[in-house]
Design a protein around this ligand. Structure first.
Ligand code: DGL
Length: 271
């Protein structure tokens, strides 16, 4: 048994989309989350910048005695997993893409046409393709970056025509031309527009990495005999900037979730 918290981080608050799934699957586990809201988005930054921010945050989590590091961000996972695994050889470090790749290979066959959507960095890295091929070389994979989704979602422009048009701008050709039947939400923010995508393309199977990662967390904690028991510690959520937009996003993600949510503001410089 290990009651230390699980460390989660993301470029912002989109990574919070995984927390309700974790809470449901492993209710005893406590979380320390860091959202780099002051410096988000990472999705079109230079890889060297993403790497140095990630080291800063992961070091902060390790200083806070986490038993595991979960990279909830697709962009960071596509560029920094190996670097962070080498830096912390004694702590399991898991990225969001590998568990998603496993789920894709389990849920799809060679008949499926699978579309990955994500940030520019994630798509340019080819990480999804590479990791999916590790499990099944024959799956048909198509990828496209949708860089305008994140800023619109952060502005709360979600359930309206502007978002629908933007989705159609990026996805109509992609889905219809290539006759895709499966879409992978390869960015932490995209679960928030899942219902739009389902309405616009009702026949698509949707795979949500923010959910898939929690099954991998459970597997690792079980393998290493590190599951938590009952304790009275609380989840702690740190963000480097708590703007109104982000508070609204938190409220959307945690709507109807029965858990204690307390945010602490932390300057990126003090991380
Ligand atoms: N968290 C990022 C991801 O999953 C999206 C936001 C950003 O660009 O930083 O790729």
């Amino acid at each position: 048994m290990d009651n230390r918290p699980v460390g989660f981080f993301d470029s912002g608050l989109g990574g919070l989309n995984s927390i309700p799934y974790l809470n449901k699957l492993l209710p005893e586990e406590k979380v320390i989350y860091f959202g780099d809201t002051a410096r988000t988005p990472y999705g079109s930054k230079a890889i060297s910048t993403i790497k140095s921010f990630s080291i800063q945050i992961a070091d902060f989590l390790v200083k806070n005695n986490v038993k595991m590091i979960v990279i909830a961000c697709n962009t960071v996972s596509s560029t920094c997993v190996e670097m962070l695994q080498e830096r912390y050889p004694d702590i399991p470090v898991v990225g969001i893409i590998e568990p998603a790749a496993r789920a894709i290979s389990r849920k799809c066959s060679v008949q499926n046409k699978i579309g990955i959507i994500g940030t520019k960095v994630t798509i340019q890295s080819g990480a999804y393709k590479k990791l999916i091929r590790r499990y099944n070389r024959d799956l048909q994979i198509f990828e496209t970056a949708c860089p305008a989704f994140v800023p619109l979602i952060e502005e709360g422009i979600v359930h309206n025509d502007i978002m629908d048009l933007t989705i159609r701008y990026y996805m109509d050709d992609f889905v219809l031309r290539d006759r895709l039947d499966t879409i992978v939400l390869g960015c932490t923010h995209y679960p928030l527009i899942r219902s739009n995508i389902e309405r616009l393309y009702p026949d698509l199977q949707i795979i949500n990495p923010s959910e898939e990662i929690v099954y991998r967390i459970k597997e690792i904690l079980e393998e290493k005999d590190m599951l938590a028991g009952e304790s009275d510690t609380e989840n702690i959520f740190y963000a480097s900037d708590l703007s109104e937009n982000f508070i609204n996003m938190i409220n959307t993600i945690f709507k109807g979730v029965d858990m204690h949510v307390e945010f602490k503001n932390l300057e990126p410089d003090s991380v």
